[in-house]
Design a protein around this ligand. Structure first.
Ligand SMILES: [Zn+2]
Length: 413
């Protein structure tokens, strides 16, 4: 017996029908469409021997009681970005649901370990800019005080939007109770990048989520008239920024999975008749290895200082945000690789550049692993996001096998 990928595809299409328009999926967390998606999912639980409830942070938990209280958790998120894709998050929840139903059928409703399925609240942070909301509340890493004052683009306060959905912002810490007896966490997700398609492979085991260092890098020169200031007398703050934008390529290029991005460059005064006096840039650097991440940062800093000096400017760095790399569990990585090999013939190991709820779960010490399934054209957060249907079916099978292997692994612990 194995979980049915055809049924998962049918459910994904039903959800798309219900919650997407011509521009794509509209299941933005804390909106009516999101609540509608969740009610739809609740309706699929009718008649199954499971308990379900929403925790203090709005995560939806479905529990199939096993002989042992130790829990295998499967999960992902039903929320989407505005104009999002049909698979991002929803695939992981509905594939987990297929696995749960297969386990119900095979065990007569009483598996050896307890199985829990979770739909995390607000993974995307699309409306209020705070991603991984529900899973960070579960992990106890949520930052209520700094998040409380957030508003959406219409000025609606986050606190009020949560309340409308039954979540009291001051109580979200109680979601940590759901960690009791958690023995392992598995998440299937679309890759959202081009690597597996380039390798012509359907599935990969994810080694962990990359750490991120995110900085504002500001170069200071001197504003001057573009007509009267000779080239040799200028302190043009754009020049060292431009050099840095190119230098981050060889800096990242020394490491196979490292990425560096200068996503924003603003010049001041920013007019056609003035030499740039100040140039504000952002730098985002990521790698799975903390040492590599540290050296990316050090090299970029040194290069910026060198370029500033060359251009008679100065540079200043200020950290916007950072997160450490989160490696997944070695034993579960092995099991995941076996599961993928059994269904697809060959596997591949890769880190995840995007963050996922799985990172929050792994951060609190719950053994965790993720599987990626190929994304067509590497596109996500877009209505054209897609994956071949036979790859979706393979992914459901691989998650199913991994769940069986992980249940046995939990029993041996
Ligand atoms: Zn996602």
């Amino acid at each position: 017996m194995s979980a049915n990928g055809i049924e998962t595809l049918a459910l994904l299409k039903e959800l798309r029908e219900l919650t997407a328009n011509a521009e794509g999926a509209q299941r933005v967390a804390w909106t009516d469409t999101w609540l509608q998606a969740r009610r739809w999912f609740e309706s699929k639980l009718e008649g199954l021997p499971v308990e379900h409830h929403y925790d203090a942070a709005g995560n939806h938990w479905v529990t199939l009681q096993g002989t042992s209280k130790k829990c295998l958790i499967l999960g992902s998120h039903l929320d989407s970005v505005p104009n999002g894709g049909w698979l991002d998050g929803a695939l992981g929840v509905l594939a987990g649901f297929a696995v749960m139903r297969r386990i119900i059928d095979e065990s007569g409703g009483r598996p050896p370990v307890t199985i829990r399925l979770v739909d995390w609240a607000d993974e995307e942070g699309a409306r209020f800019g705070r991603s991984l909301f529900g899973s960070s509340a579960f992990a106890g890493t949520a930052s209520i005080e700094s998040d409380r004052s957030r508003t959406d683009s219409n000025g609606v306060r986050w606190e009020d939007a949560l309340k409308k959905c039954g979540v009291d912002i001051d109580s979200i810490g109680e979601a940590t109770h759901e960690r009791e007896e958690a023995a392992a966490y598995l998440e299937l997700h679309i890759e959202q990048g081009p690597i597996l398609e380039r390798l012509a492979l359907p599935l990969a085991v994810v080694l962990g989520t990359k750490g991120v260092e995110r900085y504002t890098v500001t170069f200071h020169g001197e504003e001057a008239h573009s007509g009267s200031t000779p080239m040799g007398a200028r302190r043009d703050a754009l020049a060292p920024a431009a050099k840095l934008a190119l230098e981050i390529r060889p800096i990242a290029g020394k490491h196979p999975d490292a990425v560096c991005t200068m996503g924003s460059v603003k010049t001041f005064p920013g007019i056609v008749t003035a030499v740039v006096g100040r140039c504000e840039t952002t730098l985002d650097q990521r790698d799975l290895d903390a040492e590599v991440l540290g050296s990316l940062l050090k090299e970029a800093r040194e290069a910026s200082e060198r370029f500033a000096l060359e251009e008679n400017c100065t540079v200043e760095w200020s950290r916007i945000w950072n997160i450490e790399p989160v490696p997944f569990h070695p034993a579960l990585i092995e099991l995941c690789e076996q599961a993928i090999q059994e269904v697809a013939g060959s596997s591949y190991r890769m880190p995840s550049g995007p963050l996922h709820d799985a990172a929050e779960v792994a951060r609190v010490g719950i053994p965790t692993v993720m599987l990626f399934v190929q994304s067509l054209r590497g596109i996500s957060h877009n209505k054209i996001e897609d994956t071949k249907e036979d790859h979706v079916a393979l992914a459901v099978q691989a998650l199913d096998r991994l769940a069986t292997k992980t249940m046995k692994w939990i029993e041996r612990q």
